[in-house]
Design a protein around this ligand. Structure first.
Ligand SMILES: [Zn+2]
Length: 52
């Protein structure tokens, strides 16, 4: 079951922070990352949320 995330992430294509909605992934190292799409250009954006 995926956890959703809503917040700001930096879009490398727009070179600006964007509000996005996405899902939380937990990496092998236990770091939580939110992954979503920039609503302006559609590029994948990531935000590191820190340890669970
Ligand atoms: Zn963008």
């Amino acid at each position: 079951m995926a956890e959703t995330y809503k917040g700001e992430a930096y879009c490398v294509k727009c070179k600006e922070k964007r509000q996005f909605e996405g899902f939380v992934n937990v990496s092998d190292s236990g770091r939580r990352m939110a992954k979503g799409k920039c609503p302006v250009c559609g590029t994948t954006v990531n935000r590191i949320l820190g340890k669970a």
